[in-house]
Design a protein around this ligand. Structure first.
Ligand SMILES: Nc1ncnc2c1ncn2[C@@H]1O[C@H](COP(=O)(O)OP(=O)(O)OP(=O)(O)O)[C@@H](O)[C@H]1O
Length: 769
């Protein structure tokens, strides 16, 4: 090998879309270039404009544009392919530069900026001389009397060139950005711009102030750079998201878009993954900003830093079973199998169960009971005691949120407990009576050999906290005796001798749904200190009624919180609508602070979400079926290179409850011949092309096209459930409304490029109509 080749991310994305015959020639080109960049068949030549850009021939029609990126430590020259273009699209107005904020290599091609903006800025593109068979002649303008031109106000009139420079916009685009007068022109400019420029301009274009953009976008992406960094291409290459071109390039391109998240971390994401944290850290951000991706890369990084071994010192956990399966499959494609073996992947209840199994005396395991069944048991107890002061729902909530939520073991503890956010105050005699009733209730469950999930979590937490306590005592004792062996410690059983924290690192995804008991358990499973807990969460997506203040369960984040604001999943059009669903409500940051969607934006664009009012259920299903068929045809359209995509699993229908999911599936299959698969806790069941599920099941997932149906008033929120609280328990009422809003928010943000929401009767008050 005489040259090392890398591929710029934008160039790789362009290649994904090219005809397979061009891709094949590109593989051959790479092989030839790495062997001998000066081989005559490549015809490597510098282009006129920026002296650092060269062009080389891939075949008669296609050209690779390359930048020289210095010489590696091993003396091999390094080249970066910045673009692959048809020869008639190669112009001289190309630049490569090193961004003053991120230190990355950036490629700017004015050829993709858009004619109107270039004209206004007085710029004309110069075709590269070798590439034009016929000299490019300006097309004669039709002879019409020109309309008087009214100069339009530039879109970014409030910004100066110095502002844009400070925010990190590429120099070559600063003046052009300031001449843009319409959203279309701005979108065009953004589509061709390097990453930071695109984000900054999107932020400014969506109305953020210069200061907001600086705080939310520029600062998180900034890197410390040495003086003279502008000329050190070799160092800049190490900071740039590129793919090294080797013999695997064929597989790389075959994997297409699906590999992007594994390779290219956004600079803000990368920083969060790579930072060394002295204690618990948290990443927040709106849907689709890559929190899960960051969590997965964080696991991979922690695993790579472990000494060799066979145990599993890292735990990756989340709330639901189907998401756990999804995390496992994504981590499998990201990590080396040997390192993957060091990661324990379990959902939180599974983890609690394994603790209980380990601690249970033989035959004493209790089986789990669903909450609605447990509520029936509580109703029986209340009936038997002829108790009418409090309803079963209220007492069940009190038990889950306060008694189990705060791990209250005695009546005295309950007398002293804080009940913030629980609505009406309870005097001491009332608490005494409630404690007695709840005691009867848990005895009854116990007698049946049953326990709820929340109870199991709380019991598991207690076992783990006891274990952590023993570890602490032992460590203190060891310190007291000067670090010597503990042979003379009273309890020197083998269990005690090998007692240590279960994990070295714990990574939690969808952390907003965990209960205080879950947090107590996790906190006790890992020693406090460097890299102990890494948490990904978005409280706008909290869809189970769980509330926690992390600092009260020993998880202190202060100074280690970061935020992601760029959505990789959803278009700006969908995101605008989704944000309106949760607008006006206040969201916590898992602590005493608040979280907002400030700065949340997307560089992707697509159709505006569709809202469809229907006459009745039959009409709603019939219209849905039409849309699904249309979507199927759109997805299955052959691409430019003749490949045809299978629409299976790319479209989904989301509904409010399981019963409705069943009805939709039956109606689509029986009346409209559309095959379906139902989302269950074990993932999609049935091999049909359209996935159907409740809003809860869609958490963490994404689909190219998504329909939400039955979005009627009375269903979102469910009147039958919430109206009982409206007067009796206003706090609970507020919580239920917020939960319902979050469900719709989660559902709307699962769509990648098309979202359609329908209803019959009155529309849900949460819809931003
Ligand atoms: N750096 C990246 N490069 C390419 N794609 C990315 C990147 N980061 C995230 N994505 C893609 O964006 C989508 C959303 O990512 P992810 O699921 O991690 O977001 P999230 O913040 O966890 O979303 P949610 O909160 O809605 O579950 C995924 O398709 C993922 O592959």
């Amino acid at each position: 090998m005489t040259a090392r080749l890398s591929l710029y991310q934008k160039a790789e994305n362009e290649l994904y879309k090219m005809d397979s015959s061009v891709k094949t020639k590109f593989y051959d080109f790479c092989h030839q270039f790495r062997t001998d960049p000066d081989h005559p068949s490549l015809d490597l030549k510098p282009l006129k404009g920026d002296g650092r850009i060269f062009r080389a021939k891939i075949d008669r029609s296609y050209r690779a544009l390359l930048a020289r990126a210095g010489v590696g430590a091993d003396g091999i020259q390094q080249w970066l392919i910045v673009a692959v273009r048809h020869r008639k699209d190669v112009y001289e107005e190309l630049t490569v530069a090193i961004n003053r904020i991120t230190g990355e290599i950036e490629f700017v091609d004015l050829g993709v900026v858009g004619q109107s903006v270039l004209q206004r800025a007085g710029l004309q593109l110069t075709p590269a001389p070798d590439e034009q068979t016929v000299p490019a002649e300006p097309t004669p303008a039709p002879a019409v009397t020109p309309e008087p031109v009214v100069p339009a106000e530039p879109l970014l009139a409030g910004c100066t060139p110095e502002d844009l420079r400070r925010l990190g916009v590429a120099d070559a685009l600063i003046d052009l950005a300031l001449t843009v007068t319409t959203d279309e022109e701005l979108d065009h400019l953004i589509a061709g711009a390097p990453r930071l420029t695109a984000e900054v301009l999107t932020g400014l274009g969506s109305g953020m102030s210069v200061d907001e953009v600086e705080r939310e976008i520029t600062q998180p992406a900034s890197t410390e750079l040495e003086p003279g960094f502008e000329d050190d291409m070799a160092a800049a290459l190490t900071r740039t998201a590129v793919t090294t071109v080797d013999d695997d390039i064929r597989n790389v391109l075959a994997e297409g878009d699906f590999r992007a998240w594994k390779v290219y971390l956004h600079p803000t994401q990368r920083k969060i993954v790579e930072r060394n944290y002295g204690g618990p850290a948290r990443v927040s951000g709106g849907p689709g900003t890559g929190k899960t991706i960051v969590a997965l890369h964080r696991v991979a990084r922690l695993a790579a830093a472990l000494p060799p071994g066979h145990n599993k010192p890292i735990l990756l956990t989340t709330y639901t079973k189907n998401l756990t399966a999804d995390l496992r499959s994504r981590l499998t494609s990201l990590m080396d199998p040997a390192l993957l073996g060091r990661v324990d992947i379990k959902h939180i209840d599974q983890l609690a169960q394994s603790v209980l199994t380990e601690n249970a005396a033989p035959g004493s395991q209790r089986s789990l009971i669903a909450d609605d069944r447990a509520l029936d048991v509580l109703r029986e107890v209340l009936f038997e005691h002829d108790e009418q002061r409090w309803g079963a729902e209220f007492l069940f909530d009190e038990w889950e949120q306060i008694v189990l939520g705060q791990s209250l073991a005695t009546r005295q503890d309950y007398f002293k407990a804080r009940r913030a956010g629980m609505g009406r105050a309870l005097a001491r005699p009332e608490r005494a009576a409630i404690w007695k009733l709840l005691d009867q209730f848990t005895l009854r469950l116990n007698g049946l050999g049953r326990e709820t999930w929340a109870q199991a979590a709380e019991r598991a937490a207690r076992y783990e906290m006891e274990r952590a306590h023993k570890i602490k005592i032992r460590a203190e004792h060891k310190a007291d005796i000067g670090g010597g062996d503990l042979v003379h410690l009273d309890d020197n059983s083998s269990a005690m001798r090998y007692l240590r924290h279960r994990y070295q690192h714990i990574v939690v995804d969808e952390a907003q749904d965990l209960s205080p008991a879950h947090w107590n358990m996790l906190r006790a499973m890992v020693a406090s200190g460097e890299g102990d807990l890494f948490i990904a969460s978005d409280t706008h997506q909290r869809i189970y009624d769980r509330q926690v203040t992390l600092s009260t369960v020993g998880v202190h984040i202060r100074g280690r919180a970061s935020k992601l604001t760029l959505s990789y999943r959803t278009t700006q059009e969908i995101l605008d609508q989704a944000a309106k669903v949760v607008r006006g409500a206040t969201y916590d940051d898992l602590d005493d602070g608040t979280d907002t969607l400030g700065g949340y934006h997307s560089l992707l664009h697509g159709p505006t979400p569709e809202y469809v009012a229907c006459a009745d259920w039959t009409d709603e299903i019939a219209q849905l079926a039409e849309t699904l068929k249309q979507w199927r045809d759109d997805i299955a359209q052959p691409a430019a290179d003749g490949t045809v995509r299978d629409p299976s699993g790319t479209m989904a229908v989301c509904v409010a409850d399981g019963e409705m999911a069943g009805r939709v599936a039956t109606d689509l299959e029986m009346k409209h011949g559309i095959t379906t698969a139902t989302l269950t806790k074990d993932g999609p069941q049935g091999g049909g092309e359209v996935h159907i599920g409740t809003m809860h099941r869609f958490k963490g997932l994404e689909y190219q096209k998504l329909a939400i149906i039955g979005a009627s008033d009375g269903i979102l929120p469910r009147t039958a459930l919430v109206e009982q609280y409206e007067k009796a328990d206003p706090n609970r009422y507020e919580r239920e409304i917020k939960k319902s809003r979050s469900q719709l928010f989660v559902a709307t943000t699962r769509a990648r490029d098309a979202l359609r929401i329908s209803w019959h009767g009155k529309p849900s008050p949460f819809l931003p109509l």
